[in-house]
Design a protein around this ligand. Structure first.
Ligand code: HEM
Ligand code: NAG
Ligand code: NAG
Ligand code: NAG
Ligand code: NAG
Ligand code: NAG
Length: 327
């Protein structure tokens, strides 16, 4: 009997742990300066290297789509676990992990063992938008960090830059994100850059046709051909929209003009189901901001229901040998 009630207590405890109740001001009593510390480090990162805040903002997408917002994408590979950093969409592409390390170090100095890496990603993504001229909003916090990561899950889930709007609509639907959410969240490409690697096919061999994507506006295509000639180092990067340091609705104006960088961007204007939202956001920046914030809140709610912890180092699970060696 005692065994059974102990087991029940354990079960109840596990359940409360796995479905974290997210709420604003979660760290108000345990780490009151948490949000201002994250903001300050992001401000420094922006001054040091403007692109880095866009790179960090992207983490929210790559984290939350793969087994919920649990900082699984921040785990380094170990001899027994292939992490997500080398997954198809992340390798040679995700960057600025060191900004999260810097935030974590500052938080560990002020309130050790309190603020999860998963929540740091959510706060930092919000700050990246607010610091580059976009909306500012209150985030719900209280996430836990995963105990593992899955390269395979990331490979299976994260979309290719070749994706068309109908594939993206289906993917987002799996996460209860609507067509409106898809278009608004794609507006995150208002800041940052992408590699030639991500557009070579659309410049030279769209859908195996041996020809460029016909939806690219001709002058813009000339510009892209110059940036990414056939024999280019495909790590060279170009801007995702005409104002890559400013979070604004320029991205949507560019799509309407056939000047989207990625195929997955331009397809949102080509396809009838998404085109209306692109047109709307291209003329109404405040509507874009409102729908974007709503999309980020929904994206940030995704949870795996698995047990977790507050990591001491965002790159390693607590109590692993790697972790011990650092101490
Ligand atoms: C709709 C599906 C999406 C696709 C197919 C997609 C794909 C991509 C690709 C291919 C890149 C450039 C990678 C490279 O060339 O190295 C990129 C960059 C970026 N993505 Fe997305 N993305 C999508 C949605 C999102 C969402 C929802 C967010 C954020 C909430 C986001 C934020 C970013 C940012 C900020 C960058 C620039 C990063 C930098 O400059 O380092 N993306 N995305
Ligand atoms: C990660 O852990 C969860 C349980 O917490 C388990 O269901 C999942 O299979 C694990 N994934 C990998 C890749 O080991
Ligand atoms: C969109 O992409 C999917 C998956 O690659 C493909 O099966 C489908 O035919 C494409 N749809 C259109 C209308 O091009
Ligand atoms: C989507 O919503 C349904 C119904 O509310 C829910 O059962 C399901 O778990 C949700 N899926 C995700 C990925 O959140
Ligand atoms: C274009 O792609 C098709 C199909 O993937 C391939 O067979 C063909 O060799 C490619 N052409 C060039 C010029 O790369
Ligand atoms: C980009 O650079 C990395 C190393 O910095 C290299 O391994 C990779 O092959 C390069 N990728 C391309 C597409 O050239």
């Amino acid at each position: 009997m005692a065994m059974i009630s102990l087991f029940l207590i354990f079960l109840l405890h596990a359940v409360t742990v796995v479905t974290a109740d997210l709420r604003p001001g979660f760290y108000r009593s345990t780490c009151p300066d948490a949000e201002s510390i994250v903001r300050a480090v992001m401000k420094r990162a922006l001054i040091r290297e403007p692109r880095s805040v866009a790179s960090v903002m992207r983490f929210q997408f790559h984290d939350c789509f793969v087994n919920g917002c649990d900082a699984s994408m921040l785990l380094d590979d170990t001899p027994t676990m292939l992490g997500e950093k080398l997954a198809l969409s992340n390798i040679n592409s995700l960057r600025s992990y060191e900004v999260i390390d810097e935030v974590k170090e500052e938080l560990e100095k002020t309130c050790p063992g309190v603020v999860s890496c998963a929540d740091i990603i959510i706060m930092a993504a919000r700050d990246a938008v607010a610091l580059t001229g976009g909306p500012d909003w209150e985030v719900r916090l209280g996430r836990l960090d995963s105990l593992n990561a899955s390269q395979e899950d990331s490979n299976n889930i994260m979309p290719s830059p070749r994706a068309n709007a109908s594939a993206l609509i289906d993917l987002f639907k799996r996460f209860n994100l609507s067509i409106k959410d898809l278009v608004a969240l794609s507006g995150s490409h208002s800041i940052g850059q992408a590699r030639c690697f991500s557009i070579m096919f659309r410049l030279y061999n769209q859908s195996g046709s041996g020809k460029p994507d016909p939806t690219i506006e001709p002058c813009f295509r000339q510009k892209l051909n110059k940036l990414c000639p056939l024999n280019v180092d495909q790590n060279i990067t170009g801007d995702l929209d005409a104002t890559p340091r400013l979070f604004d609705n320029q991205y949507f104006k560019d799509l309407v003009a056939g000047r989207g960088f990625l195929n997955s961007d331009q397809t949102l204007f080509t396809f009838p189901y998404t085109r209306g939202y692109v047109q709307l956001y291209s003329t109404d920046q405040s509507l874009f901001f409102k729908d974007f914030v709503n999309g980020m809140l929904k994206l940030g709610e995704l949870q795996s229901g698995r047990p977790g912890e507050v990591r001491k180092n965002c790159r390693v699970v607590n109590g692993q040998s790697d972790d011990l060696m650092l101490e």
